[in-house]
Design a protein around this ligand. Structure first.
Ligand SMILES: C[S@@+](CC[C@H](N)C(=O)[O-])C[C@H]1O[C@@H](n2cnc3c(N)ncnc32)[C@H](O)[C@@H]1O
Length: 375
């Protein structure tokens, strides 16, 4: 107990003195690794998150909903990493005009669809399957909320810049996060992106603690700049990345490997978020180069080769639903490979517009050529 109290003391002290957190942080150089969708799927199927719906686990939800409704009565809310949409229950008393929840775990979304069936029927609520790092909608909201999930969604600056177009003028970003020193680094980075409207810590009798906050992000131009200069040396996500020369070499080697087999193809390399770095097309390739970046994005997103994902799409309905939710971004067919540097996922390579087994062989041959740098 004494240790827990000491830990809470350090966490609270670090809220406005980040150096205190850095001083006492254990494993400070170990990056935060986002959990794969399979882990969440399993945990939702096992009912692990049923406890999140219990009242003594939801102080942070209720406080965040009240903070938001205080500034934006009848708010329009987009929640990313919404799970089963339990946060909506806390907004209910504030009569939100709209709540859209997005989560990449199919079992979570299925449970939420049942839970909030009545509100969905009136159009007040929508729950969608999608990856929170790349989800897009034209709808605008008073707040975008990240509740207990921001550490799974990549660089904070990229994330806030990505959702800035979905915020109404003067809109905010809501956050709840488990109080712990390393995730609090993300809070310090979010703070720098705008004006802090509310910041509070919840301390429960059973030892739990959450940070709850609302930030009004700076203008879109400032956010775009912040995204460009995001990575400070102490960054929680500091990690290896693909550079452009290596990406070009990989795509070129894949096109050449297929040319040697008599196939004119397209090849693409994407980064760890599935954004294309390189798209190459042999002039005689029969199609526009659309499939290759989608195949590479799927390999990066699921950290799996297309040769494994293609049969999985037929056998695993939850996986198939994830692909179906983003057909213009993901293609799980054979011919793609995830890319790793120092054991960390850095992106994907894919070949398309030829037979799938040829595409797979060309991608593997290209990757083998640069095995000293990337695997
Ligand atoms: C601890 S739960 C929090 C659920 C909910 N926000 C709450 O406060 O009750 C974290 C959620 O983030 C989701 N998640 C993690 N990474 C995600 C991603 N890349 N895209 C969408 N959802 C993600 C998980 O599936 C899980 O439902």
């Amino acid at each position: 107990m004494a240790y827990l109290r000491w830990r809470r003391f350090v966490e609270l002290a670090s809220l406005d003195r980040p150096w205190v957190g850095e001083l006492f942080m254990r494993k400070r150089n170990k990056p935060i690794v986002a959990a794969p969708v399979e882990k969440w799927d399993r945990e939702y199927q096992e009912g692990l998150y049923d406890r999140l719906a219990r009242s003594e686990q939801r102080h942070h939800h209720r406080l965040l909903a009240a903070m938001i409704a205080d500034r934006w009565p009848n708010p329009r809310v987009l929640e990313i990493g919404a799970g089963e949409g339990v946060l909506f229950e806390a907004f209910r008393a504030h009569a939100p005009a709209r709540y859209v929840g997005v989560d990449f775990s199919a079992p979570a979304v299925e449970k939420g669809l049942e839970r909030l069936a009545a509100e969905r029927a009136t159009g007040q609520v929508e729950l969608l399957l999608g990856d929170g790092r790349t989800f897009r909608t034209d709808e605008t909201f008073d707040v975008v909320v990240f509740s207990e999930c921001i550490e799974h969604l990549g660089e904070v600056e990229d994330l806030v810049a990505h959702y800035a177009p979905n915020l109404k003028s003067g809109g905010g970003v809501g956050l709840t996060m488990w109080l712990a020193l390393k995730p609090l680094r993300l809070w310090h980075r979010l703070k720098r992106l705008g004006q802090v409207l509310d910041e509070a810590a919840i301390n429960t009798p059973w030892g739990g603690g959450w940070l709850v906050s609302v930030v009004r992000p700076a203008t879109k131009a400032v956010l775009a700049m912040a995204a460009c200069v995001a990575l400070a040396p102490s960054d929680a996500f500091a990690s290896p990345a693909l550079d452009l020369p290596l990406s070009i070499d990989l795509a070129r080697a894949a096109v050449d490997a297929c040319a040697a087999r008599g196939a004119a193809v397209s090849a693409s390399v994407v980064d760890d978020k599935g954004n294309p770095l390189v798209v190459l097309r042999a002039p005689a390739s029969p199609k526009p180069p659309i499939a290759a970046p989608r195949k590479a994005a799927a390999a990066a997103q699921f950290d799996a080769p297309g040769s494994e994902m293609e049969p999985r799409e037929k056998a695993d309905p939850a996986f198939a639903a994830l692909i179906k939710a983003e057909p213009e971004r993901l293609n799980p067919h054979a011919g793609s490979l995830p890319l790793h540097i120092d054991g960390k996922l850095v992106g994907g390579l894919a070949v398309a517009d030829t037979a799938h087994d040829t595409a797979d062989a060309c991608a593997r041959e290209a990757l083998a050529k640069f095995a000293a740098k990337v695997r």
